[in-house]
Ligand binder design. Sequence first.
Ligand code: VG1
Ligand code: CO
Length: 542
Amino acid sequence: MIRTVATKPFGDQKPGTSGLRKKVPHFQQENYAENFLQSIFDAAERPAGSALVIGGDGRFFNAEVIRRAIRMAAANGVAKVIVGQNGILSTPAASNLIRQRKAAGGIILSASHNPGGPDGDFGIKYNIANGGPAPEGVTEAIYKRTQGISEYRIWDGDAPDLSVVGTSRLGDMEVEIVDPVADYAALMETLFDFGKIRAAIANGLTLRFDAMHAVTGPYAHEILERRLGAPVGTVLNGVPSEDFGGGHPDPNVVWAAPLVDLLMGPTAPDFGAASDGDGDRNMILGRGIVVTPSDSLAVLAANAHLAPGYAKGIAGIARSMPTSGAADRVAKKRSIGIYETPTGWKFFGNLLDAGKVTICGEESAGTGSDHVREKDGLWAVLLWLNILAERGQSVAEIVEGHWAEFGRNYYQRHDYEEVDKAAAEELMDHLRQRLASMAGQRFGTLVVSEADDFSYKDPIDGSVSTGQGVRIVFSGGSRIVFRLSGTGTVGATLRVYIERFEPDPARHDLSVEEALRELVETADVIGEIRKRTGRAEPDVRT
Ligand code: VG1
Ligand code: CO
């Protein structure tokens, strides 16, 4: 039986970079999750008879909201839902299921790299029929609906047991509970030379993968240990927990420090990697080296043809604006297209659908390809392993060889977290006001060549996104970018991205701190970071 429940709008349900993210207690308010879900059902395109994929990263409150989403789908005329067993689906696996099953879309419950648990973060994201995050037109329509909502519909009866794989019914709706790993692992086998990777591992290639107590554990156990034959124990922290073992499931040098220490230490394996809460990010390490995500994107793009799924070469590369220009140098040398988009995977979907690009990436440790419409952590790990198996070189040799051929983009991101919101917005406003007069100004040895607030016109559908980050470019190509995060849940997070291009191989062995020192000081002079935020140092440097 369908029950209609009266409700009132919440004013703060505007999706950010990747869905709606709030603290768990905020999401637990009566009707809060239901309002947003109903707005998705009302605003998203759902052809009659179509299916919906539902799954999440397994964090606290995941299973509860999944059961509500299933009951609401049954009350909103959805013909079928496809749900990951125990409510688990990594973000790339959900994207794959939407595409494989020709679903109308998917609801992914995740706050990704944000911490979980009763006081942690929670999130809901909607993906469209191509498997990718809803573009801004759709998220705007959902937001608009949240502002006028007065009731939601829910099936008055329990959702089926999520732990049992198989098909059942809820009212007129079919509910299919699926193994979250099977289809994804099968897809990976079509892209990579599992035989060659397996042989390399059998011949002594050693690796560790840190699943950070998050969703990729079951995927990594199946693919790395079972299908590729890596010894049991290769996957660290491989059992998903509701609060990620009390940690912060963000694969970077700060939050994955134990893995970094292992790779820098005397017993380091050849290769190390980690993934985030929902499995779409990756961190790549080799013995004695942390590969900067922007460099990883460039190396993967330059070597993708070594994997069977990309043997024909890649059509082009897209990167988010703050991501370093390392990928651009690969595109230029290989005479393929390069596209610069705003932050967030939703901007890559049209380029991938149109066949303009094959590989996409972001500085925040996101890389992926046209095999799904999300970034994909394990995909990046497998492509790296395929390249290592083919080239028979170490990670460090491959990266250093890449710099020698293409030049090195020294790069760092500084995050100032939980900054006073008004102060952060004033800092950005102040920068914007000065943009017009910046060109030609000198700071130490640096001279500004261009300064703007990035805006993007989608080359496929013509939609325009403005205010995507302040860029200050210096002659010689060095760059400072300022933008505010769209995924934080407390105050504001200021991100400052610093980059310097160095073509000369004789200067490729500087420390990143040394290489970027003048730019970091200049970022404070231009942005007045210390003065306006009261912070002497960033919280996280990645
Ligand atoms: C951050 C990253 C961005 C990424 C987004 C979602 O966004 O910078 O590159 O696409 O998170 O990633 P923001 O607005 O906080 O800078 V995930 O893995 O958290 O879904
Ligand atoms: Co993520």
